[in-house]
Design a binder for this molecule. Structure first.
Ligand SMILES: [Zn+2]
Length: 219
């Protein structure tokens, strides 16, 4: 049964991330990884954060944390906010905030196809132009440890699917944020805050990367 779940998870990942113009590579994960199935919550084309679409070939994966500590702030809730266009981006070129995946300790929701640019990292910078954005949930009652582990596994799957090296798995903090509208330089955000307080050399971030590498080597 577990194996079946994994197959479904990978099929869902490929179906949701693949482009119709090119066949998806086959990615298989060990059944011991558990259920990483993706809930399709992709914002309809032409609406809200997808009122305008810009194509992307993903070369990086950017890791975030929501900093939403309310008990209701799980992955589904964040996906619903994006579906409703609730998160505005008044200083970016889109007018909305949008990213690709939201992960909590039991679910993964996809809001944007992997071959489209989001607005989650650095306005019109390279982070948004070239990275898949993943938000980790921090709602009360959600296990950070499990969420980190699931995020590491899912990141490894995306790395394999898109041929992204470990050197291109970055925290949001990696990208310098210069606002689109007034060019104000906001510098580098401490995100995910619990991994990068000491920058990218923080032992917590390095431990996360080691976890991702370990999972990637199993694929
Ligand atoms: Zn962030």
């Amino acid at each position: 049964m577990k194996h079946l779940f994994s197959l479904i998870a990978i099929a869902a990942l490929l179906a949701s991330c693949g482009t119709t113009s090119s066949p998806s590579p086959s990615v298989s994960a060990p059944s011991s990884w558990g259920n990483l199935s993706v809930t399709n919550a992709i914002v309809p084309k032409g609406k809200h954060g997808r009122w305008k679409t810009r194509s992307m070939s993903p070369r990086y994966i950017t890791i975030h944390a929501t900093e939403n500590f309310s008990a209701a702030g799980n992955a589904r809730a964040h996906a619903n906010m994006l579906l409703k266009g609730s998160l505005k981006g008044p200083h970016n070129s889109l007018g909305y905030i949008i990213w690709h995946f939201t992960i909590d300790d039991h679910s993964i929701h996809q809001s944007l196809p992997c071959n489209e640019q989001g607005q989650h990292a650095d306005y019109d910078g390279e982070g948004n132009r070239s990275s898949i954005g993943i938000e980790m949930c921090e709602n009360a009652g959600n296990s950070r440890k499990v969420t980190l582990d699931r995020t590491a596994k899912f990141t490894a799957l995306l790395m394999k699917q898109y041929g992204i090296p470990i050197s291109n798995i970055v925290p949001h903090q990696h990208w310098r944020m210069i606002r689109y509208d007034d060019k104000r330089d906001l510098g580098h955000k401490t995100c995910p805050h619990f991994l990068v307080k000491g920058g990218e050399s923080d032992p917590a971030w390095q431990a996360f990367l080691a976890k991702v590498s370990g999972y990637r080597s199993q694929l």
